[in-house]
Design a protein around this ligand. Sequence first.
Ligand SMILES: Nc1ncnc2c1ncn2[C@@H]1O[C@H](COP(=O)(O)OP(=O)(O)OP(=O)(O)O)[C@@H](O)[C@H]1O
Length: 286
Amino acid sequence: MSENTDLVDTAVQPPVEDGRGGGPRFGDGPATLRADAVSAWFGDHKVLDRVSLTMPARQVTALIGPSGCGKSTFLRILNRMHELIGSASLAGRVLLDEVDIYDRGRRITHARREIGMVFQKPNPFPAMSIYDNVVAGLRLNAIRTGREGKDDLVEECLTKAGLWKEVRDRLRQPGGALSGGQQQRLCIARSLAVRPRVLLMDEPCSALDPTSTRRIEETIHDLRDEVTIVIVTHNMQQAARVSDNCAFFLAAHGTPGVIVEHGGTHAMFNSPQDERTSDYVNGRFG
Ligand SMILES: Nc1ncnc2c1ncn2[C@@H]1O[C@H](COP(=O)(O)OP(=O)(O)OP(=O)(O)O)[C@@H](O)[C@H]1O
């Protein structure tokens, strides 16, 4: 196959140019993600019970709730990472623009490419250059693009992740040499390079200092037209600052996690319908 091939996805569907000269694009932009009656188990321990939630396109949805109520498990179900754990099982459906990502005909790699994930601890490939970190996902997803396309893509993704100006003169230096906050923005850039339609973030700032946290929050704000975002956070101020919608999870006394209340973030914080939501967002427990 020629190196000049713009993009070849041998796995699933033909590529679509995005018309911005920035390289490949597989989806049709930000998508709505909908969980329908999702339950989850580790062995015979049920940790989520019939959770339904719509995460609208081009919006940021925050998942909040005390430790152990199943937020991360729910997030991992949204891009088929839960099934990697041997004892794990689930029921229900996850629909990306109304297409079930768990349909038998759909590949796990396809779901992962369309629904990216940024983790709590920044996890760039430390010895790999900043440039190669950004394009690493292309190879992993069997996406080919020419050198020029890669250069454009690296600049575009680093710009979107709010890192370009800081690293443009040292793209060949190792990703591991960046600060923690820069590494996290590099991981966001890496996720964006495969043009996800949804980006999941699992406490992306919990390992970062306040300045780096603010930069990530600005990045999240700037990305909302690019990609639908679902973020798990323990930081109520952060949820209030970055999200349009919130879902409050709770697992009471050893019962599986459920969503107690969800809705617009402003309403959830200022006029919650459920007393438990009010107690949680006002710091009275959790
Ligand atoms: N790999 C695993 N094997 C077995 N049980 C697990 C595993 N991962 C999570 N659990 C259990 O599932 C439940 C939900 O955990 P989960 O990490 O999803 O909660 P969480 O709300 O994200 O918590 P936190 O806010 O502390 O990260 C907990 O009871 C936890 O112990």
